[in-house]
Design a protein around this ligand. Structure first.
Ligand SMILES: Cc1cc2nc3c(=O)[nH]c(=O)nc-3n(C[C@H](O)[C@H](O)[C@H](O)COP(=O)(O)OP(=O)(O)OC[C@H]3O[C@@H](n4cnc5c(N)ncnc54)[C@H](O)[C@@H]3O)c2cc1C
Length: 407
């Protein structure tokens, strides 16, 4: 980086990555490891946010193994989920078994995402070509003759321009970069939103299911040692209606799904403790233009269904590095190289998003927003034919077209 925050506050680098989520930090780590100078912009002061998704998938753990970081990574406190079970109408049904995955780690590591991002960014900081600008929010693109040549950003001390041979938008599902680039978005519509909250946990409670379904209610509970991170599905746009029913009704719904939360649910005594997360599934028709590429949720916003968005974002980052490193080591990249990344990643994205759309349709009837009956034959099969649990395990744990470190 030309460390010339000069009078006009302009810095120059090879690759400017906008967004310090899983896609952006992994991309920054891998490019700087390959000697490419990067600046990663993250608008927040830290990674400490609740609403990101805590799942580190077997395929991501495999990448960490390929990078020689796995053993150290596994010393960071985490829980290991070796199978997924859902409690459906009170009956616990195993739906995925990771034991047979062709990876070193046959489990999903549950780790608060800020721990994962802190780990990866601390490793990246060991490379002199890695620069992370926290509290720096990209607000616009810099363009010259139809080429993106950098971004404008706001920092705690004023405006900053970052000039770069390549800008990568990894700024998530509300991406400013894709909006400013005018890239066209295909929106698939999702009939649900999620209420996101913490419920203190009785330490005596052992392992529980991840998902809970009962009549028209669906909930996910992520065990974070001393509390449950709870995701409670509501029909899209119905938060006001839920509020009108009152907190006691919501608490009762949660207790009905997971009676073991007990009186702890009463700690949800204010709507301030409950965040509304809007869920989307969308996809850019074209992920790039000259000087610019979008990956991760900025290119294809994922719903929480299956908990696979983080994995996909990381796989995008690896594919980007595998495709672009040689060019970026020298200078700008060609547009056909950017197109190649979209070609490679579009298929896995289509497969996973189609699966998520199907899950939403099956679980929630879009017109009445009431649960439809999930074919009990499907659950019967998973319950009685253990072999079949390998299929969801592969789709969630590895996913289509896994990427590997090549640089
Ligand atoms: C309710 C919910 C639960 C989910 N749970 C899971 C789960 O358990 N497992 C899973 O795999 N996936 C889950 N997902 C999906 C997952 O969160 C995303 O697919 C994944 O986070 C995408 O990663 P990303 O790096 O592309 O974007 P993000 O994780 O969204 O990261 C984007 C980053 O960019 C920063 N940023 C945004 N705008 C700017 C800007 N202008 N300038 C600078 N920085 C900016 C943000 O602060 C953020 O740090 C969930 C999604 C939802 C909605």
């Amino acid at each position: 980086m030309s460390e010339n925050r000069n009078e006009q506050n302009v810095v120059t680098t090879r690759c400017c990555i906008v967004g310090g989520g899983p896609a952006g930090i992994m991309l920054g780590f891998l490019l700087s490891r390959a000697g490419v100078e990067v600046i990663v912009l993250e608008k927040h002061t830290d990674f400490l946010r609740d609403f990101r998704g805590d799942t580190i998938h077997p395929s991501t753990l495999e990448l960490l193994a390929e990078l020689g970081l796995l053993d150290e990574f596994l010393t960071v406190p985490h829980q290991e989920l070796r199978g997924v079970q859902v409690t459906f109408e009170g009956k616990t049904i195993p739906i995925a078994d990771f034991a047979h995955l062709p990876t070193q780690c046959k489990f999903i590591a549950f780790m608060p995402q800020w721990d994962f991002l802190n780990f990866l960014s601390s490793k990246a900081k060991e490379f002199p070509t890695f620069n992370l600008f926290m509290q720096t929010e990209a607000t616009d693109l810099l363009e010259e003759n139809g080429n993106v040549v950098g971004v404008k950003a706001t920092t705690s001390t004023g405006e900053l321009a970052i000039k770069a041979d390549l800008v990568v938008g990894t700024d998530g599902r509300h991406s400013v970069i894709r909006e400013k680039a005018g890239l066209s978005v295909q929106d698939f519509g999702v009939p649900i939103d999620v209420l996101w909250m913490r419920i203190p946990k009785n330490p005596a409670i052992g392992e529980q299911s991840l998902g809970y379904v009962k009549s028209d209610k669906f909930m996910v509970l992520i065990d974070r040692h001393d509390y449950f991170q709870c995701g409670f599905l509501i029909p899209k746009g119905q938060f006001d209606a839920v509020k009108n029913r009152g907190l006691t009704a919501l608490q009762a719904d949660i207790r009905e799904l997971a009676p073991f939360v007990g009186d702890y649910v009463a700690e949800l005594d204010s709507w301030d403790k409950i965040s509304l997360l809007t869920v989307k599934i969308d996809r850019l028709r074209q992920w790039y233009k000259p000087g610019l590429l979008c990956i991760g949720d900025a290119a294809h916003a994922m719903s929480p269904a299956g908990g696979v968005g983080v994995n996909l974002a990381i796989q995008d980052a690896v594919a980007t590095v595998n495709q672009l490193t040689k060019s970026l080591q020298k200078g700008p990249v060609r547009i056909d190289e950017l197109a190649q990344i979209q070609r490679r990643r579009m298929w896995p994205v289509r497969v996973i998003q189609s699966g998520q759309i199907a899950v939403h349709r099956r679980l929630i009837n879009a017109s009445t927003a009431r649960a439809t009956i999930i074919p009990s034959a499907f659950f019967w099969l998973l319950r009685h034919v253990p072999f079949l649990r390998r299929i969801p395990a592969y789709l969630v744990g590895i996913g289509p077209r896994p990427e590997h470190i090549r640089t």
